[in-house]
Ligand binder design. Structure first.
Ligand SMILES: *Cc1c(COP(=O)(O)O)cnc(C)c1O
Length: 499
């Protein structure tokens, strides 16, 4: 493809992307393809002779679009939202047009310098302590691919710090602390690094929040057994129910255990810190005071295209002491002089994408005000959903709504069941399995399920940028109707003796 062919194909691509967005809400959210559909449609190997690009572009429409789940669809309420804005798309286009794997400052000064400035913008937007700013010269932030990478980096840095402080401790006595609600990134870090992971219990009564007392008891017990917990992966906004670990109480405990690194994973909820009214709920002061590292994903609820996980550390030396390997071919005058950041020493790989460009485009185009408006708007939409569920005769909220996430289940009040008996927990779970099977058979909406305290329930996560109140009301209507149908299905099965 030459430059003029690129110009033509590029204009066409933008036109087609615009058409996609004009027609998105008329599509179904979920694809209807069967496993293996693409292998059946594509040649078994790359073509010997190069093909005409128009044919390639048309095949994208023909084969790929039908196999997509439309995460930007206004009726997408599954998992968590994934940011996707035109600003982000354009930034990615520019970034890929010059393709700089900016591992050292000297690789492309703009890549490193924009990232350092954007991480400071983002830190200020979220209200993080000046200690985390790159301008502090001590702490600092960098953009990672995912929250899982960010947590892995924190664990590697924490382990390295611990081992330098306690050279005689063997790796087999080291323990990573998580809770039973921590994202699988905790277990995965343990698996990758060959370290034990202990999941601390959190309870329904505490809204699945890790409390200081639980942490203290675990630390005391492990200390007696000679185990060495060296990092806690705390969560602000868990995946399952949006639970918020009590970072204030955790911080009070770690005062007595200065060797315990506190990493705060706020992959989804962290961007809500941009709104001052949520800072207390999300324990911002305690994060600022106690966290060694803090991560949030702008690529979830932060309007920025994947990947854009932001990771801050209180002391950049924690990272560079653990991750700096400088063979001669990577040395540079600026790096040796210590006057610049070489971001390769702040993450696991060598090369890195030019991610900060999309954050720059997004934060400038929306402005802090526009960013906060979006967060508030989606929280309001979730509140509308939650109040509809609260008033429902068949659905119930399982926990108080957390920001833009509600967890609910089918829970018929006895009148609608023509019975006065309360349903047993097992029966309710059976009923909700039927209910979720019905919902997930639909193509026009997507939600994910979870289990809280043994109870099968369903998550409703708001945040797709095009979701409006009408989509929320439509979703509620549909979920209520499916609830009633699930009850009928269940009652019939009962009458046939199948339950
Ligand atoms: C989504 C999520 C993650 C994982 O995010 P990745 O960036 O895909 O690794 C981790 N923690 C929490 C709380 C999440 O919600």
């Amino acid at each position: 493809m030459d430059i003029e062919q690129f110009r033509k194909a590029g204009y066409q691509a933008i036109d087609r992307i615009c058409d996609y967005y004009y027609t998105l809400q008329d599509k179904s959210v979920v694809s209807s393809v069967k496993p293996g559909y693409l292998r059946d449609s594509l040649p078994v190997e790359a073509p010997e002779a190069g093909e005409d690009f128009q044919k390639i572009a048309d095949d994208y429409q023909k084969f790929i679009i039908p196999g997509l789940t439309h995460w930007q669809h206004p009726s997408f309420f599954a998992f968590f939202p994934t940011g996707c804005t035109f600003e982000g798309m354009l930034a990615d286009l520019y970034a890929s047009s010059t393709m700089n794997p900016g591992f050292n400052w000297a690789c492309s000064p703009a890549c490193t310098e924009l990232e350092a400035v954007m991480m400071d913008w983002a830190a200020k937007l979220l209200g993080l302590s000046p200690e985390f700013l790159n301008t502090s010269g001590i702490g600092g932030g960098s953009m990672q691919s995912t929250a899982s990478d960010s947590a892995l980096i924190a664990v590697v840095a924490a382990r390295s710090l611990y081992q330098r402080r306690h050279p005689s401790v063997t790796q087999s006595s080291l323990v990573i602390y998580t809770t039973t609600q921590t994202h699988s990134l905790g277990l995965k870090a343990g698996l990758i690094l060959g370290l034990s992971v202990r999941a601390l219990e959190v309870t329904w009564e505490d809204k699945f929040s890790l409390r200081g007392e639980t942490l203290r008891k675990a630390l005391e017990g492990d200390e007696r057994e000679g185990k060495k917990p060296f990092i806690l992966l705390a969560t602000v906004g868990t995946t399952s129910s949006g639970a918020i670990d009590n970072v204030s109480e955790i911080g009070a405990v770690t005062k007595d255990y200065p060797d315990l690194w506190v990493h705060v994973d706020a992959a989804w909820a962290g961007v809500a810190l941009s709104c001052p009214e949520y800072r207390e709920t999300l324990h911002l002061n305690a994060i600022n005071e106690h966290a060694h590292s803090f991560c949030t994903n702008f690529h979830k609820w932060g309007l920025t295209n994947f990947d854009a996980s932001t990771l801050w550390v209180r002391d950049r030396k924690y990272l560079t002491d653990a991750l700096d390997v400088t063979p001669p071919f990577l040395r540079s005058a600026e790096g040796d002089a210590g006057t610049v950041i070489d971001y390769r020493n702040w993450h696991l790989a060598l090369g890195r994408r030019f991610r900060s460009l999309k954050l720059w485009f997004v934060l400038r185009s929306f402005g802090a005000e526009g960013f906060r408006d979006y967060i508030r708007r989606t929280i309001n939409l979730n509140n509308i959903f939650a109040s509809l569920v609260s008033a429902s005769s068949v659905l119930s909220l399982m926990t108080a709504p957390s920001l833009a996430l509600s967890v609910f289940r089918l829970d018929p009040k006895s009148a609608s069941l023509n019975s006065t008996k309360a349903l047993s927990p097992e029966t309710l779970n059976d009923l909700n399995r039927i209910y979720y099977a019905r919902i997930s058979a639909r193509k026009d909406i997507l939600l994910t399920q979870t289990v809280l305290n043994g109870a099968v329930c369903i998550r409703f996560a708001v945040g797709a940028a095009r979701t409006e109140e009408v989509h929320i009301r439509k979703a509620y209507q549909l979920l209520s109707e499916e609830g009633k149908l699930a009850l009928e299905e269940w009652t019939k099965a009962g009458q046939n003796g199948n339950v």
